[in-house]
Design a protein around this ligand. Structure first.
Ligand SMILES: [Zn+2]
Ligand SMILES: [Zn+2]
Ligand SMILES: [Zn+2]
Ligand SMILES: [Zn+2]
Ligand SMILES: [Zn+2]
Ligand SMILES: [Zn+2]
Length: 222
């Protein structure tokens, strides 16, 4: 499995084999290691490999994915972070791999997307054009409002859900001790149709003479 990276390694053939993954043959990314055999792989590579077979791909020892733990050895991680890479977008060379993310944030040629991409703004472009786009993007102008509305709606749905849960609970508790004697028929207070008021219809009933049929309950339930 080869991950698509935004950089190329410089002089990849000179990189120590200890720093590479036997599965993708590239320098390790998020290295994980099994204590039982000491073999180390990229997290993504070993995860993909275990989907096919539950063994260490090098020594064939039967293991589970949980046997692979992140490598924390500082000197080892430092060596990986210090590998030199070249940015695929601006061609700047000799960036330490560990610093590439910082470079990518500033890279003048890496395409970035609009902050309203979550509202389906299709714009992508160079970093230095982003600010200009965002100033005129119609979605950016309504974005704060939409985000606020979405949050409000989510909150209201939760509140309604809470009230329904309460009403159903109160109704169910009441029906256990209800002394009212309907002979099986009641009138729904919402739709005026007749319904049976006992607990079997999953509608709501409170005393005195308050009934909501199952159809109405389902219609308004969030
Ligand atoms: Zn790998
Ligand atoms: Zn092994
Ligand atoms: Zn760059
Ligand atoms: Zn936009
Ligand atoms: Zn009804
Ligand atoms: Zn009752």
């Amino acid at each position: 499995m080869t991950v698509k990276l935004d950089y190329d390694y410089i002089e990849e053939n000179l990189i120590l084999q200890d720093l590479t993954c036997a599965l993708c043959t590239d320098p390790l990314l998020e290295p994980v290691c099994a204590q039982q055999c000491g073999h180390t792989y990229c997290r993504a590579c070993i995860t993909a490999s275990f989907r096919r077979k539950s063994e260490c791909p090098t020594c064939r020892l039967v293991l589970t994915l949980d046997d692979f733990h992140p490598v924390y050895t500082r000197s080892f991680l430092n060596q990986l972070n210090q590998l030199l890479v070249k940015c695929k977008f601006c061609s700047e060379e000799n960036i330490q791999r560990g610093n590439y993310e910082d470079h990518a944030k500033m890279c003048s040629k890496k395409p970035v997307s609009c902050a309203a991409a979550d509202l389906n703004c299709p714009w992508t472009g160079r970093h230095n054009k982003l600010e200009e786009h965002m100033k005129t993007c119609p979605l950016m102008q309504v974005r704060p409002m939409i985000v606020e509305l979405k949050e409000k709606m989510k909150r209201q749905t939760e509140q309604i859900q809470f009230l329904y849960t309460m009403l159903e609970k109160i109704s169910a508790n009441h029906q256990e001790t209800c002394k009212e004697d309907y002979s099986g028929e009641a009138i729904c207070d919402v739709c005026d149709e007749s319904c049976s008021h006992n607990g079997s219809n999953n509608g709501l009933h409170y005393c005195p003479q308050t009934d909501i049929c199952q159809k109405c309950l389902n219609k308004y339930r969030p």
